[in-house]
Write a protein that binds this ligand. Sequence first.
Ligand SMILES: [Zn+2]
Length: 372
Amino acid sequence: MTVITEASIKELAGFKSADTPVVSCYLDVDGRRHIRAKDYLLELESLKKQLLASHPGQNFDADLALMSDYVATHLDRHGVRGIAMFSCAEKKYWKVIRLPVAVANRLSVNQSPVVGPLEAIVHALEPLGVLLVDRQRARMFIFQFGEVVERTELFEALPREYDRRDDASRGSREREQHHIDELTHQHFRHATEAVFRLYQDKGFGRLTIGATDEVYAAVEHELHPYLRERLAPRLHVPVTANETDIAKAAFGIEQIVELEREQAAVTKLRDAIGAGAKGTAGLGPVLAALNERRVATLLVSNGFEESGWLCSCGALAVKGPKCPLDGEEMERVDDVVSDAVDAALLEGAHVVTCEGNADLDVHGRIGALLRY
Ligand SMILES: [Zn+2]
Protein backbone atom coordinates (compact mmCIF):
# COMPACT_ATOMS: atom_id res chain seq x y z
CA MET A 1 0.00 0.00 0.00
CA THR A 2 1.39 3.38 -0.99
CA VAL A 3 0.45 6.77 0.43
CA ILE A 4 -0.02 9.47 -2.16
CA THR A 5 2.78 12.07 -2.25
CA GLU A 6 4.60 13.91 -5.03
CA ALA A 7 7.49 11.46 -4.49
CA SER A 8 5.29 8.37 -4.87
CA ILE A 9 3.75 9.82 -8.04
CA LYS A 10 7.21 10.42 -9.50
CA GLU A 11 8.21 6.87 -8.65
CA LEU A 12 5.15 5.53 -10.50
CA ALA A 13 5.88 7.84 -13.45
CA GLY A 14 9.41 6.43 -13.59
CA PHE A 15 8.31 2.81 -14.19
CA LYS A 16 8.56 2.00 -17.90
CA SER A 17 7.69 -1.21 -19.68
CA ALA A 18 8.24 -0.92 -23.42
CA ASP A 19 7.26 -4.46 -24.44
CA THR A 20 4.24 -5.24 -22.22
CA PRO A 21 1.84 -2.46 -21.27
CA VAL A 22 0.91 -1.35 -17.76
CA VAL A 23 -2.80 -1.39 -16.95
CA SER A 24 -3.93 1.58 -14.83
CA CYS A 25 -7.28 1.63 -13.09
CA TYR A 26 -9.00 4.40 -11.15
CA LEU A 27 -12.14 3.34 -9.36
CA ASP A 28 -14.67 5.33 -7.36
CA VAL A 29 -15.49 3.25 -4.27
CA ASP A 30 -17.05 6.09 -2.28
CA GLY A 31 -19.42 4.56 0.25
CA ARG A 32 -21.78 7.54 -0.03
CA ARG A 33 -22.51 6.62 -3.64
CA HIS A 34 -21.77 2.90 -3.61
CA ILE A 35 -23.29 1.31 -0.55
CA ARG A 36 -22.61 -2.24 -1.64
CA ALA A 37 -19.33 -3.62 -2.99
CA LYS A 38 -21.37 -5.11 -5.84
CA ASP A 39 -22.00 -1.57 -7.18
CA TYR A 40 -18.39 -0.74 -7.93
CA LEU A 41 -17.55 -4.30 -8.95
CA LEU A 42 -20.12 -3.88 -11.74
CA GLU A 43 -18.46 -0.58 -12.71
CA LEU A 44 -15.11 -2.37 -12.93
CA GLU A 45 -16.61 -5.08 -15.13
CA SER A 46 -17.98 -2.49 -17.53
CA LEU A 47 -14.61 -0.67 -17.67
CA LYS A 48 -12.95 -4.00 -18.50
CA LYS A 49 -15.38 -4.63 -21.37
CA GLN A 50 -14.67 -1.16 -22.82
CA LEU A 51 -10.91 -1.68 -22.57
CA LEU A 52 -11.02 -5.06 -24.33
CA ALA A 53 -13.29 -3.64 -27.05
CA SER A 54 -10.86 -0.80 -27.75
CA HIS A 55 -7.80 -3.12 -27.77
CA PRO A 56 -8.85 -6.12 -29.88
CA GLY A 57 -6.48 -9.08 -29.85
CA GLN A 58 -4.58 -7.87 -26.76
CA ASN A 59 -4.53 -9.89 -23.58
CA PHE A 60 -4.75 -8.22 -20.18
CA ASP A 61 -6.22 -11.24 -18.35
CA ALA A 62 -3.59 -11.45 -15.62
CA ASP A 63 -3.70 -7.71 -14.81
CA LEU A 64 -7.49 -7.51 -14.83
CA ALA A 65 -7.76 -10.63 -12.64
CA LEU A 66 -5.45 -9.05 -10.04
CA MET A 67 -7.58 -5.90 -10.03
CA SER A 68 -10.88 -7.74 -9.69
CA ASP A 69 -9.46 -9.90 -6.93
CA TYR A 70 -8.13 -6.89 -5.02
CA VAL A 71 -11.39 -4.97 -5.25
CA ALA A 72 -13.57 -7.99 -4.42
CA THR A 73 -11.60 -9.46 -1.52
CA HIS A 74 -8.82 -7.19 -0.20
CA LEU A 75 -10.25 -3.70 -0.27
CA ASP A 76 -10.88 -2.16 3.13
CA ARG A 77 -12.95 0.94 2.41
CA HIS A 78 -12.37 2.58 5.79
CA GLY A 79 -11.42 6.20 5.02
CA VAL A 80 -11.13 5.34 1.32
CA ARG A 81 -13.21 6.94 -1.42
CA GLY A 82 -11.21 5.97 -4.46
CA ILE A 83 -8.44 3.59 -5.44
CA ALA A 84 -5.75 3.61 -8.08
CA MET A 85 -4.27 0.28 -9.21
CA PHE A 86 -1.33 -0.22 -11.54
CA SER A 87 -0.40 -3.62 -12.91
CA CYS A 88 2.12 -5.11 -15.27
CA ALA A 89 1.75 -8.78 -14.33
CA GLU A 90 4.39 -9.87 -16.83
CA LYS A 91 6.99 -7.85 -14.84
CA LYS A 92 5.39 -8.62 -11.45
CA TYR A 93 4.64 -4.91 -11.07
CA TRP A 94 1.63 -4.22 -8.84
CA LYS A 95 0.80 -0.99 -6.96
CA VAL A 96 -2.32 0.12 -5.14
CA ILE A 97 -2.94 3.64 -3.87
CA ARG A 98 -5.87 4.26 -1.55
CA LEU A 99 -7.34 7.72 -1.99
CA PRO A 100 -9.25 9.80 0.55
CA VAL A 101 -11.14 11.50 -2.29
CA ALA A 102 -13.42 10.12 -4.99
CA VAL A 103 -11.99 9.69 -8.51
CA ALA A 104 -13.47 9.42 -11.98
CA ASN A 105 -13.54 5.80 -13.14
CA ARG A 106 -10.90 5.06 -15.71
CA LEU A 107 -9.14 1.97 -17.07
CA SER A 108 -6.35 2.46 -19.56
CA VAL A 109 -3.16 0.90 -20.81
CA ASN A 110 0.17 2.46 -21.60
CA GLN A 111 3.86 1.69 -21.36
CA SER A 112 3.95 3.26 -17.89
CA PRO A 113 1.39 3.96 -15.13
CA VAL A 114 -1.14 6.71 -15.92
CA VAL A 115 -0.55 9.23 -13.12
CA GLY A 116 -2.33 12.39 -14.36
CA PRO A 117 -5.38 11.93 -12.07
CA LEU A 118 -3.09 11.47 -9.03
CA GLU A 119 -1.46 14.82 -9.73
CA ALA A 120 -4.87 16.46 -9.57
CA ILE A 121 -5.65 14.74 -6.25
CA VAL A 122 -2.40 15.63 -4.52
CA HIS A 123 -3.35 19.30 -4.86
CA ALA A 124 -6.86 18.69 -3.55
CA LEU A 125 -5.22 17.25 -0.42
CA GLU A 126 -4.13 20.68 0.76
CA PRO A 127 -5.94 21.46 4.03
CA LEU A 128 -8.38 24.38 4.19
CA GLY A 129 -8.63 26.74 7.19
CA VAL A 130 -12.16 27.78 8.16
CA LEU A 131 -13.09 30.64 10.49
CA LEU A 132 -16.70 31.29 11.51
CA VAL A 133 -17.00 34.48 13.47
CA ASP A 134 -19.56 36.90 14.92
CA ARG A 135 -19.29 39.59 17.61
CA GLN A 136 -18.77 37.16 20.49
CA ARG A 137 -17.80 33.79 19.08
CA ALA A 138 -15.16 32.42 16.80
CA ARG A 139 -15.01 28.80 15.63
CA MET A 140 -11.97 27.58 13.77
CA PHE A 141 -11.51 24.38 11.81
CA ILE A 142 -9.08 22.73 9.48
CA PHE A 143 -10.77 20.66 6.81
CA GLN A 144 -9.28 18.06 4.56
CA PHE A 145 -11.28 16.20 1.92
CA GLY A 146 -14.45 17.66 3.43
CA GLU A 147 -13.70 16.36 6.94
CA VAL A 148 -12.64 18.16 10.14
CA VAL A 149 -9.08 17.37 11.17
CA GLU A 150 -8.68 20.16 13.74
CA ARG A 151 -11.06 22.41 15.68
CA THR A 152 -10.89 25.15 18.29
CA GLU A 153 -13.44 27.59 19.72
CA LEU A 154 -13.37 31.02 21.29
CA PHE A 155 -16.24 32.68 23.16
CA GLU A 156 -15.96 36.14 24.68
CA ALA A 157 -19.19 37.24 26.36
CA LEU A 158 -19.86 40.92 26.78
CA PRO A 159 -20.09 42.05 30.44
CA ARG A 160 -23.45 41.22 31.97
CA GLU A 161 -24.47 44.80 32.83
CA TYR A 162 -24.78 45.60 29.11
CA ASP A 163 -27.86 43.42 28.99
CA ARG A 164 -29.74 45.89 31.22
CA ARG A 165 -29.99 48.89 28.99
CA ASP A 166 -33.32 50.47 29.96
CA ASP A 167 -32.10 52.58 32.87
CA ALA A 168 -28.97 53.87 31.15
CA SER A 169 -28.85 57.62 30.60
CA ARG A 170 -27.95 59.01 27.12
CA GLY A 171 -24.36 59.93 28.14
CA SER A 172 -23.55 56.63 29.74
CA ARG A 173 -25.16 54.82 26.82
CA GLU A 174 -22.65 56.42 24.47
CA ARG A 175 -19.79 55.44 26.76
CA GLU A 176 -21.26 51.98 26.99
CA GLN A 177 -21.46 51.68 23.20
CA HIS A 178 -17.87 52.80 22.89
CA HIS A 179 -16.80 50.14 25.35
CA ILE A 180 -18.77 47.47 23.54
CA ASP A 181 -17.09 48.46 20.26
CA GLU A 182 -13.70 48.16 21.90
CA LEU A 183 -14.47 44.74 23.32
CA THR A 184 -15.77 43.59 19.94
CA HIS A 185 -12.65 44.85 18.25
CA GLN A 186 -10.55 43.00 20.84
CA HIS A 187 -12.54 39.83 20.17
CA PHE A 188 -11.83 40.06 16.42
CA ARG A 189 -8.15 40.52 17.22
CA HIS A 190 -8.16 37.44 19.51
CA ALA A 191 -9.95 35.44 16.83
CA THR A 192 -7.44 36.33 14.09
CA GLU A 193 -4.55 35.64 16.48
CA ALA A 194 -6.01 32.21 17.20
CA VAL A 195 -6.28 31.49 13.45
CA PHE A 196 -2.67 32.53 12.96
CA ARG A 197 -1.54 30.19 15.77
CA LEU A 198 -3.50 27.37 14.17
CA TYR A 199 -1.84 28.17 10.85
CA GLN A 200 1.61 28.07 12.45
CA ASP A 201 0.96 24.89 14.44
CA LYS A 202 -0.96 22.79 11.95
CA GLY A 203 -0.66 24.54 8.60
CA PHE A 204 -3.29 24.92 5.90
CA GLY A 205 -3.32 26.16 2.34
CA ARG A 206 -6.16 28.65 2.02
CA LEU A 207 -8.43 30.29 4.57
CA THR A 208 -12.16 30.85 4.19
CA ILE A 209 -14.21 33.04 6.53
CA GLY A 210 -17.91 32.85 7.31
CA ALA A 211 -19.26 36.14 8.72
CA THR A 212 -21.67 38.99 8.01
CA ASP A 213 -20.36 41.73 5.67
CA GLU A 214 -19.59 44.07 8.55
CA VAL A 215 -17.81 41.47 10.68
CA TYR A 216 -15.96 40.15 7.62
CA ALA A 217 -14.54 43.58 6.85
CA ALA A 218 -13.38 44.07 10.45
CA VAL A 219 -11.81 40.60 10.68
CA GLU A 220 -10.08 40.87 7.31
CA HIS A 221 -8.52 44.11 8.51
CA GLU A 222 -7.09 42.34 11.59
CA LEU A 223 -5.69 39.34 9.70
CA HIS A 224 -1.98 38.70 9.55
CA PRO A 225 -0.75 39.54 6.02
CA TYR A 226 0.28 35.88 5.47
CA LEU A 227 -3.32 34.87 6.03
CA ARG A 228 -4.80 37.72 4.01
CA GLU A 229 -2.81 36.40 1.03
CA ARG A 230 -4.40 33.01 1.57
CA LEU A 231 -8.01 34.16 1.63
CA ALA A 232 -10.33 31.97 -0.41
CA PRO A 233 -13.91 32.91 -1.36
CA ARG A 234 -16.24 33.43 1.61
CA LEU A 235 -18.09 30.64 3.29
CA HIS A 236 -21.84 31.17 3.60
CA VAL A 237 -22.83 29.42 6.82
CA PRO A 238 -23.83 30.99 10.15
CA VAL A 239 -21.50 30.72 13.13
CA THR A 240 -24.03 28.39 14.81
CA ALA A 241 -24.13 25.88 11.91
CA ASN A 242 -23.66 22.19 12.64
CA GLU A 243 -20.48 20.44 11.52
CA THR A 244 -22.15 18.54 8.71
CA ASP A 245 -23.29 21.80 7.08
CA ILE A 246 -19.91 23.44 7.66
CA ALA A 247 -18.17 20.42 6.10
CA LYS A 248 -20.44 20.57 3.07
CA ALA A 249 -19.76 24.29 2.60
CA ALA A 250 -15.99 23.80 3.14
CA PHE A 251 -15.96 21.06 0.50
CA GLY A 252 -17.64 23.50 -1.92
CA ILE A 253 -14.91 26.07 -1.22
CA GLU A 254 -12.19 23.43 -1.79
CA GLN A 255 -13.66 22.77 -5.22
CA ILE A 256 -13.83 26.49 -6.07
CA VAL A 257 -10.20 26.92 -4.99
CA GLU A 258 -9.11 24.04 -7.24
CA LEU A 259 -11.10 25.40 -10.21
CA GLU A 260 -9.55 28.83 -9.66
CA ARG A 261 -6.09 27.28 -9.63
CA GLU A 262 -6.81 25.50 -12.91
CA GLN A 263 -8.35 28.61 -14.49
CA ALA A 264 -5.42 30.80 -13.39
CA ALA A 265 -2.99 28.39 -15.09
CA VAL A 266 -5.09 28.27 -18.27
CA THR A 267 -5.38 32.09 -18.36
CA LYS A 268 -1.62 32.36 -17.98
CA LEU A 269 -1.22 29.92 -20.87
CA ARG A 270 -3.66 31.85 -23.07
CA ASP A 271 -1.83 35.12 -22.33
CA ALA A 272 1.56 33.55 -23.04
CA ILE A 273 0.34 32.15 -26.36
CA GLY A 274 -1.27 35.52 -27.21
CA ALA A 275 1.97 37.33 -26.48
CA GLY A 276 3.85 34.76 -28.55
CA ALA A 277 6.25 33.94 -25.74
CA LYS A 278 6.74 31.18 -23.17
CA GLY A 279 3.59 29.28 -24.02
CA THR A 280 2.57 26.56 -26.44
CA ALA A 281 -0.47 24.35 -26.98
CA GLY A 282 -1.54 21.27 -28.86
CA LEU A 283 -0.06 17.79 -28.52
CA GLY A 284 2.70 18.07 -31.17
CA PRO A 285 4.20 21.40 -29.99
CA VAL A 286 3.93 20.38 -26.32
CA LEU A 287 5.78 17.09 -26.93
CA ALA A 288 8.48 19.04 -28.80
CA ALA A 289 8.84 21.42 -25.84
CA LEU A 290 9.09 18.48 -23.43
CA ASN A 291 11.78 16.91 -25.63
CA GLU A 292 13.73 20.17 -25.33
CA ARG A 293 13.13 20.23 -21.54
CA ARG A 294 11.59 23.68 -21.73
CA VAL A 295 8.34 22.96 -19.88
CA ALA A 296 7.75 24.74 -16.54
CA THR A 297 4.04 23.83 -16.21
CA LEU A 298 2.14 21.23 -18.18
CA LEU A 299 -1.63 21.69 -18.45
CA VAL A 300 -3.74 18.75 -19.52
CA SER A 301 -7.44 17.94 -19.69
CA ASN A 302 -8.26 15.01 -17.44
CA GLY A 303 -9.13 11.99 -19.57
CA PHE A 304 -7.30 13.17 -22.72
CA GLU A 305 -5.65 10.14 -24.34
CA GLU A 306 -3.90 9.83 -27.69
CA SER A 307 -1.58 7.20 -29.14
CA GLY A 308 1.92 8.24 -30.15
CA TRP A 309 5.58 7.31 -30.11
CA LEU A 310 8.32 7.02 -27.50
CA CYS A 311 12.06 6.74 -28.18
CA SER A 312 14.53 4.92 -25.94
CA CYS A 313 16.21 8.34 -25.54
CA GLY A 314 13.02 9.55 -23.84
CA ALA A 315 11.76 11.69 -26.74
CA LEU A 316 8.01 11.73 -27.40
CA ALA A 317 6.27 12.30 -30.72
CA VAL A 318 2.82 12.27 -32.33
CA LYS A 319 4.19 10.81 -35.57
CA GLY A 320 6.75 7.99 -35.90
CA PRO A 321 8.71 5.93 -36.29
CA LYS A 322 11.84 8.14 -36.63
CA CYS A 323 12.89 9.94 -33.41
CA PRO A 324 12.90 13.73 -33.91
CA LEU A 325 16.04 13.99 -31.76
CA ASP A 326 18.34 11.16 -32.84
CA GLY A 327 16.61 9.56 -35.84
CA GLU A 328 16.37 6.16 -34.08
CA GLU A 329 13.36 3.88 -34.48
CA MET A 330 10.74 4.67 -31.78
CA GLU A 331 8.17 2.40 -30.09
CA ARG A 332 4.42 2.92 -30.41
CA VAL A 333 2.67 3.85 -27.15
CA ASP A 334 -1.05 3.66 -26.43
CA ASP A 335 -1.22 6.94 -24.54
CA VAL A 336 1.46 9.49 -25.29
CA VAL A 337 -0.45 12.09 -23.22
CA SER A 338 0.23 10.05 -20.10
CA ASP A 339 3.89 9.77 -21.13
CA ALA A 340 3.95 13.54 -21.47
CA VAL A 341 2.72 13.86 -17.84
CA ASP A 342 5.45 11.41 -16.73
CA ALA A 343 8.12 13.31 -18.66
CA ALA A 344 6.98 16.63 -17.18
CA LEU A 345 7.11 15.25 -13.61
CA LEU A 346 10.52 13.71 -14.18
CA GLU A 347 11.78 17.02 -15.59
CA GLY A 348 10.58 18.77 -12.42
CA ALA A 349 7.72 20.64 -14.09
CA HIS A 350 4.36 21.32 -12.42
CA VAL A 351 1.39 19.45 -13.79
CA VAL A 352 -2.09 20.99 -13.71
CA THR A 353 -4.83 18.51 -14.57
CA CYS A 354 -7.95 20.41 -15.63
CA GLU A 355 -11.49 19.13 -15.27
CA GLY A 356 -13.48 20.13 -18.36
CA ASN A 357 -11.86 23.54 -18.89
CA ALA A 358 -13.31 24.84 -22.19
CA ASP A 359 -10.44 27.32 -22.69
CA LEU A 360 -7.89 24.50 -22.54
CA ASP A 361 -10.03 22.27 -24.74
CA VAL A 362 -10.01 24.83 -27.59
CA HIS A 363 -6.23 24.78 -27.38
CA GLY A 364 -6.14 21.05 -28.08
CA ARG A 365 -6.64 19.81 -24.48
CA ILE A 366 -2.95 20.18 -23.67
CA GLY A 367 -0.60 23.13 -23.27
CA ALA A 368 2.65 24.17 -21.63
CA LEU A 369 4.08 27.23 -19.95
CA LEU A 370 7.71 27.32 -20.95
CA ARG A 371 10.85 28.11 -19.01
CA TYR A 372 12.24 30.05 -21.99
ZN1 LIG B 1 15.45 9.32 -29.62
